[in-house]
Design a protein around this ligand. Structure first.
Ligand code: MLC
Ligand code: AMP
Length: 509
């Protein structure tokens, strides 16, 4: 039987010359393919030496670094389940994820060791290591004593490889369980669909705790044996400087907006580029057009989710009638079956708007320890309900027109109003609140909180924001807060968020 371990497939794609540069960093370090192979073997051996149970979760909240990638690959290699956590998450958020996932190993930055280890040990985690972005920490110190030879653990396609937490529209975050087969099938499809070829060089400027940076970008380069120009943080000036050395770039729309503000972005800077990919949030048609004008390149927009990896893409190979169409997310990827249904479960004809549903080898295995929730999100015939609302036109192009889930996507990060409202409502003096997304020139969309005080009490908008900052990841903090006397309601008493969105839409546009 074949070993379907994702790491084994990525390793098999390493170039013959293992001494060639695999990753070049901002501080001019050069990691070879051999370095990746040896270091992932050492960390995998360290994990194996811990005698963890089958399916053990390795939860990781560390700054972006090549060593963090090595830890991810080593987790796959050793056959455990990787659980990446946004570095912006605060203690209450981390406490929930660790309590829910019950990881056997937690890896954090040394500056957070005190509070993270306390949470982890309380939740029963046996092993807490540190890993910093300057190649230090107890994880590497321990791994340094391990062998640099390791045979990738045998894994079946359906065995879990990662859990990505994605917030729920009601209640707490859900862990989307992705298997080796989910991710490998998607990586292979994208390699072909986006025409990856020898000599490609990727600029990697995204965070590595979400699908876009961790899977689409990283797997894309690795499965093509391609070098990465690694940026620990997105810096538009640096990206423009490095463009002539690269052929592929991937980003959320905010990255494109910020790059367009760089005077050095022009045809010349992009002379060796082959492909610009955008996704994770809607790309404005103005950004799409401005990019074409400034660089001569047409951004390829694609659409995906934590639960599904990539689902659709505009075409890479442009043919008559099959161009990259701005405002659309292209076609369902090979192997993905996509349909649009109404609320009664009827398939809708061309041009009609409804819920987007998908099926394919990339669709996740369900939500961690939430069988009921998982069941609700699938149709009887096995399609996953994305919660996105869209349509398919006569040429087959898919357009996302909205979301049935109450979700704000800000700079490519998801903010779930129900979660933020819950925190606001718990603050002293608050009777009720509503968080709505409004257009923002840089982040695409940002949250605005509208709050009413309890009778006879007063609350200050600034205090609400300050209180939230100590509890929530920074990107979830409302960019503006208003205290009002009443919220608009329909006849059923439900807050009419559309009216609030309309009222505040000009704040940051
Ligand atoms: C930072 N801030 C944000 C924010 N990022 N506010 C709203 N939305 C965001 N996304 C705020 C901080 O709170 C802070 O506010 C201020 O901006 C500066 O913080 P920073 O850390 O210096 O920001 P910066 O480095 O400029 O980050 C912006 C960014 C980053 C766009 C580079 O957000 C980013 O990397 N986004 C990409 C997210 C991503 O990879 N998504 C993929 C999800 S996968 P203050 O007030 O504290 O100063 C997915 C599936 C798919 O969706 O299809 O791909
Ligand atoms: P996440 O839960 O972070 O994986 O976010 C997934 C969501 O991002 C999807 O359900 C969509 O709502 C949104 N999304 C991803 N790509 C696009 C895109 N190209 N255009 C519009 N929305 C997108």
């Amino acid at each position: 039987m074949n070993n379907n371990n994702l790491f084994a497939a990525l390793r098999a794609a390493f170039p013959k010359d293992l001494d060639a540069v695999a990753i070049e960093t901002d501080n001019d370090l050069h990691y070879s393919w051999r370095d990746l192979d040896r270091a992932t073997a050492m960390i995998a051996n360290l994990l194996a030496s811990l005698k963890l149970p089958e399916g053990a979760r390795i939860a990781v909240q560390v700054e972006k670094s090549v060593e963090a990638v090595m830890l991810y690959l080593a987790t796959l290699r050793a056959g455990y389940v990787f659980l990446p956590l946004n570095t912006a998450y605060q203690s209450a958020e981390i406490e929930y994820f660790i309590g829910n996932a019950e990881p056997s190993v937690v890896v954090c930055s040394s500056k957070n060791f005190g509070w993270v280890s306390k949470i982890a040990f309380k939740a029963g985690t046996q092993n807490v290591f540190t890993l910093d972005d300057d190649r230090t920490g107890s994880l590497l110190a321990r791994a340094a004593h391990c062998s640099d030879q390791h045979e990738a653990a045998f894994r079946q396609q359906d065995d879990l490889a990662a859990i990505l937490y994605t917030s729920g529209t009601t209640g707490r975050s859900k862990g989307a369980m992705l298997s080796h087969g989910n991710m490998l099938s998607n990586a292979r499809v994208l390699k072909d669909y986006w025409g990856w070829k020898p000599g490609d060089v990727l600029i990697h400027a995204l965070p590595i705790f979400h699908v876009h940076g961790l899977f689409v970008a990283l797997h894309g380069a690795l499965i093509n044996g391609s070098k990465m120009i690694w940026m620990s943080k997105f810096d538009p000036q640096r990206v423009v400087k490095k463009l002539p050395e690269a052929t592929v770039f991937m980003g959320v729309p905010t990255l494109y907006v910020r790059l367009l503000a760089e005077p050095g972005l022009n045809h010349e800077a992009c002379r060796n580029m082959r492909l610009f990919v955008a996704g994770s949030a809607p790309l404005l048609i103005e950004t799409f057009n401005d990019w074409q004008h400034r660089t001569g390149h047409t951004i390829l927009e694609r659409y995906g989710m934590s639960e599904t990896a990539m689902l659709t893409s505009n075409p890479y190979r442009i043919e008559p009638g099959r161009e990259r169409r701005g405002g659309t997310v292209g076609f369902a990827l090979p192997g993905v079956s996509l349909r649009v249904q109404d609320d009664d479960g009827r398939n809708l004809p061309v041009g009609e708007i409804g819920g987007i549903q998908v099926k394919g080898p990339n669709i996740f295995k369900g939500y961690w320890r939430m069988p009921e929730k998982t069941k609700e999100e699938f149709t009887a015939d096995g399609y996953f309900k994305t919660g996105d609302v869209g349509k398919i036109d006569a040429d087959g192009y898919i357009t996302i027109v909205g979301r049935s889930k109450d979700l704000i996507i800000s700079g490519g990060y998801n903010v779930y109003p129900a979660e933020i409202e819950g925190y606001i409502n718990d603050l002293p003096g608050v009777a009720e609140s509503a968080l709505v997304g409004v257009p923002h020139a840089d982040f695409g969309e940002v949250g605005v909180a509208v709050v009413i005080a309890k009778p006879g009490m007063s609350v200050a908008a600034e205090q609400i924001v300050t209180a939230l900052k100590s509890r929530l990841a920074n990107f979830k903090i409302p960019k503006k807060c208003f205290v009002v006397t009443e919220l608009p309601r329909n006849t059923m008493g439900k807050v009419q968020k559309n009216l609030l969105r309309d009222q505040y839409k000009g704040l940051f546009a």
